[in-house]
Design a protein around this ligand. Structure first.
Ligand code: TYD
Length: 132
């Protein structure tokens, strides 16, 4: 259940004078991709997230710009990761509380998820999360 299950994963990058290309194939993630969504037009000073997932895993990438990902386990251990490269992401396993903030102007957060959207998979109350 701990933060040691959180992983920073480098995404292969094909460098080219015409512009770099990064590719996420199924072998770099420990789950089958069921959903992709993205956060954009995030106003400065706000935070997103504020929840954990019971069964879903997510892989977050700063496709553009940067933001901070604060992660907590059920024992309230905390880790802060700054995502600021389109060829690196953070794998958030099940039962890890996440908060995203400090979005730079124009940043885009891509999220690759292990399942379709299911509200019943969310824990949105931090006190409930830490008591599990
Ligand atoms: P939420 O997951 O709370 O956003 P964040 O964690 O980034 O702050 O989702 C915000 C709203 O969007 C909420 O009403 C649920 C809805 N939503 C979907 O309908 N489908 C999805 O795949 C996601 C991620 C959210």
């Amino acid at each position: 259940m701990g933060l040691n299950r959180v992983k920073i994963i480098d995404i292969p990058k094909i460098v080219d004078v015409r512009g770099n290309l990064s590719v996420i194939e199924k072998n770099i993630l420990p789950f089958s991709i069921k959903r992709v969504y993205y956060l954009y037009d995030v106003p400065s000073g706000v935070f997103r997230g504020g929840h954990a997932h019971v069964n879903q895993q997510e892989f977050l990438i700063a496709l553009s710009g940067s933001f901070n990902v604060s992660l907590y386990d059920v024992n309230k251990e905390k880790q802060v990761i700054t995502l600021n490269k389109p060829n690196q992401g953070v794998l958030i396993p099940t039962m890890i509380w996440r908060e995203l903030d400090n979005f730079s102007s124009g940043s885009v957060c891509l999220v690759i998820a292990s399942d379709i959207y299911k509200e019943e998979d969310y824990i949105r109350d931090y006190d409930v999360f830490t008591k599990i």
